[in-house]
Design a protein around this ligand. Structure first.
Ligand SMILES: NC(=O)c1ccc[n+]([C@@H]2O[C@H](COP(=O)([O-])OP(=O)(O)OC[C@H]3O[C@@H](n4cnc5c(N)ncnc54)[C@H](OP(=O)(O)O)[C@@H]3O)[C@@H](O)[C@H]2O)c1
Length: 506
C-alpha cells in the first residue's frame, strides 16, 4: 500500500522539483526557469525518470505520465501536483490512487469567463466603411498546412500583395520559411513570389510581436485579413494554448479595427461544437454555439473562446467571415499533406500495428484544396460578411471503408474490437518507430467523470451532425466542389505518402 503522508503546497513541490532538476543539470536551483517547458531542459529519459520516481516517493502517490503533457512546466506541474496532494492527503490505497490519477481533472475553467475582448477593439468611426478594395492582405499561418494553400489561392484569385506573419530571426529567414513550406506542398511559383512579404512576429505577443510602427503601418494599409495561424496541439491544456490561439486572435481583431475597417476571415474549426450538448444533434452554420461544457481538449477550448471573440467583434461592427473546417486531408490533386498531423500518424500507426479499432466513426475529412478554395471564394462575396461556413465533407465515409481500402492495396490490416485494439496498443507496442507509441498515454488517458478515452469521445454517437447545406448553397455556381472520399482520392494520398517515405510499400 502506498500512503500519502501529508499534503504538500505548491511552493514546497516547486522548490523540490527545482532542486532536483538543478542537481541533474549541475546548475544552481535559482537558475531554473519555472516557466520554461520541461522538454527544453534537455534531460535524458533516465534523468527524467529518476526525478519522477523521487518525487513520487516524496509525495506518496504515482504521477501519471500525461500530467507532464498537460502541465508542461515546473510552475504548472507543481500547482497540479499540490492539488493532487491536497485531494489525496491521508491514508489511501494504490487502487484509489490509480483510479483518481487516471482521470484528467482539468483545473476549474469557465470558458464563458474567458470571452473578454478589449473594449478598444471596435470600428474606428462610422465613416470608415470597408470599401472592398483589395491591394494588401495580411495573413497569419502562412508557414502552416492550410495557410500555404490559402496563400496559393490568394495569389491565383487576387492581385494583392500578401503580408505574412512569420516566426523567424530575420526577413530573409522568414521568406525562406514561407518558400520552403509552399515548396513542400508543390505550390511555390517563383513568378508570383514577390507578392509574398514576410512580417516578423509572434501570435502570442501583444500587437502580434510586431513593432508599434509596423503594426500601425499594416493597420493603415491592409485591406483584408486572413487568420489561419493557431497552435495545433491536442495534448496541451487550455492555459498553454491561450496566448497564441485566444489572445493572438484578439490582436488580429485589433489590427482589423485600427484606423480603418477591414474584414477578418477567420479559420475556426467544427470543434466549437464539441460540447456534449451537441452530441447527435444537427448543427447548422448560423446556429449558436453557447455550450462549452464537455469540450475536453485544451485546443478545442481555445478554438471555442477565439471564435466567441470573433463573434463579439462582429457584433461590434467589424466585418468577419468564419470558416469551420473538419479534419483537413491532403491536396486531392497531388496528395500533398501534412505528415505530422495527428490523423496521418494514427493511420500510419494502425497500419504498422496491423489493425484498426472497430469503432463507429465517420471519416469526414475535407481535402485542403477544397477548404482553401472555398475560404478564399466565400471571403470575397459581400453577402458572406457576418456568416459562418462549414467546410465539412458533404459525403463522409465510415472508417471501415478506409480500412477495406487500405487492405485492398496490400497493407495487411484488420478491424478488431476496440478493447482488443487498446490491449494491443498497451502490450504489443515496444518501439518508438510506431507513431502510436508516443501517442499511447494520450490515447489511453481517461477523461471526465465517465472515464472515457479520447477515441471514445469522438465516436459518432458523441459527435454532432455538422450540416454544410448553407455552405454548399453559397458555393453553388463557383465550380468549387468537394472531391469524393473514394478510392481514386485514397490512391492519390497513398502514392504521395509512399513516395515521400511516410508509408512503406509492403
Ligand atoms: N489541420 C486540421 O485538420 C484543421 C482542422 C480544423 C481547423 N483547423 C484550423 O486551421 C488553421 C490552420 O491549421 P493548419 O493545419 O494549417 O496548422 P499548422 O500546419 O500546424 O500551421 C499552424 C500555423 O500557425 C502558426 N503559428 C502557431 N503559433 C504561432 C505563433 N505563436 N506565432 C506565429 N505563428 C504561429 C504556425 O507557424 P510556425 O510555422 O512558426 O509554427 C503555422 O504557420 C488553424 O487555425 C486550425 O485551428 C485545422
Amino acid at each position: 500500500m502506498m500512503a500519502a503522508k501529508q499534503a504538500y503546497t505548491q511552493e514546497e513541490i516547486q522548490a523540490w522539483l527545482c532542486s532536483n532538476l538543478a542537481s541533474a543539470l549541475q546548475v544552481e536551483a535559482s537558475e531554473i526557469d519555472i516557466q520554461q517547458p520541461l522538454e527544453e531542459y534537455g534531460l535524458d529519459s533516465t534523468q527524467a525518470m529518476s526525478i519522477v520516481t523521487k518525487t513520487e516517493k516524496m509525495l506518496g502517490f504515482e504521477i501519471s505520465p500525461t500530467l507532464l503533457w498537460h502541465y508542461p512546466n515546473v510552475e504548472m506541474l507543481s500547482q497540479r501536483l499540490a492539488e493532487e496532494s491536497a485531494e489525496l492527503g491521508g491514508e489511501i490505497t494504490d487502487t484509489t490512487v490509480t483510479n483518481q490519477l487516471n482521470i484528467i481533472k482539468p483545473a476549474t475553467l469557465d470558458l464563458n469567463a474567458e470571452i473578454v475582448l478589449d473594449p478598444a477593439i471596435r470600428p474606428p468611426a462610422p465613416s470608415s466603411r470597408f470599401t472592398g478594395q483589395l491591394d494588401n492582405i495580411f495573413l497569419t499561418g502562412g508557414t502552416g498546412f492550410l495557410g500555404a494553400f490559402i496563400i496559393h489561392e490568394l495569389l491565383q484569385q487576387t492581385n494583392a500583395d500578401i503580408y505574412c506573419l512569420v516566426r523567424a530571426d530575420d526577413t530573409n529567414a522568414g521568406k525562406q520559411k514561407l518558400q520552403h513550406n509552399l515548396e513542400s506542398y508543390a505550390l511555390w511559383d517563383e513568378e508570383l513570389s514577390a507578392r509574398i512579404i514576410p512580417v516578423l512576429g509572434d501570435l502570442s505577443l501583444p500587437r502580434l510581436g510586431i513593432s508599434t510602427e509596423g503594426f500601425e503601418m499594416l493597420a493603415a494599409n491592409v485591406d483584408s485579413i486572413y487568420h489561419s495561424a493557431a497552435m495545433l496541439n491536442y495534448v496541451y491544456p487550455y492555459p498553454a494554448l491561450k496566448a497564441p490561439n485566444v489572445l493572438g486572435t484578439q490582436e488580429v481583431l485589433r489590427m482589423a479595427s485600427l484606423f480603418k475597417l477591414k474584414p477578418v476571415h477567420y479559420v475556426s474549426s467544427v470543434a466549437v461544437f464539441e460540447s456534449s450538448a451537441y452530441a447527435g444533434k444537427i448543427v447548422k452554420e448560423d446556429d449558436e454555439f453557447q455550450h462549452w461544457q464537455g469540450i475536453f481538449l485544451g485546443y478545442s477550448q481555445t478554438k471555442w473562446v477565439a471564435e466567441k471573440l470573433v463573434k463579439l467583434a462582429s457584433d461590434r461592427g467589424i466585418p468577419v467571415t468564419i470558416h469551420r473546417p473538419p479534419l483537413i486531408s491532403g491536396d486531392s490533386r497531388t496528395g500533398a499533406c501534412n505528415t505530422d498531423d495527428f490523423i496521418n500518424l494514427v493511420i500510419k500507426g494502425c497500419i504498422q500495428m496491423g489493425c484498426f479499432p472497430d469503432v463507429d466513426y465517420m471519416l469526414d475529412a475535407s481535402p485542403v484544396d477544397y477548404v482553401s478554395k472555398a475560404i478564399v471564394y466565400l471571403s470575397r462575396q459581400s453577402e458572406s460578411i457576418g456568416k459562418a461556413f462549414h467546410l465539412q465533407h458533404p459525403q463522409p465515409q465510415p472508417l471501415s471503408h478506409l480500412v477495406d481500402w487500405v487492405s485492398s492495396v496490400g497493407f495487411p490490416v484488420e478491424m478488431v474490437p476496440y478493447e482488443e485494439w487498446q490491449a494491443r496498443l498497451i502490450n504489443n507496442l515496444s518501439s518508438a518507430d510506431n507513431p502510436l507509441y508516443t501517442l499511447r498515454p494520450f490515447l489511453l488517458e481517461k477523461w471526465s467523470d465517465e472515464q472515457i478515452t479520447i477515441p471514445d469521445l469522438y465516436l459518432q454517437s458523441r459527435r454532432p451532425k455538422i450540416s454544410c447545406e448553407e455552405t454548399l448553397n453559397a458555393l453553388a455556381g463557383s465550380g468549387i466542389v468537394c472531391p469524393p472520399l473514394d478510392s481514386q482520392l485514397l490512391m492519390t494520398y497513398s502514392a504521395f505518402l509512399m513516395q515521400n517515405g511516410f508509408l512503406s510499400a509492403v
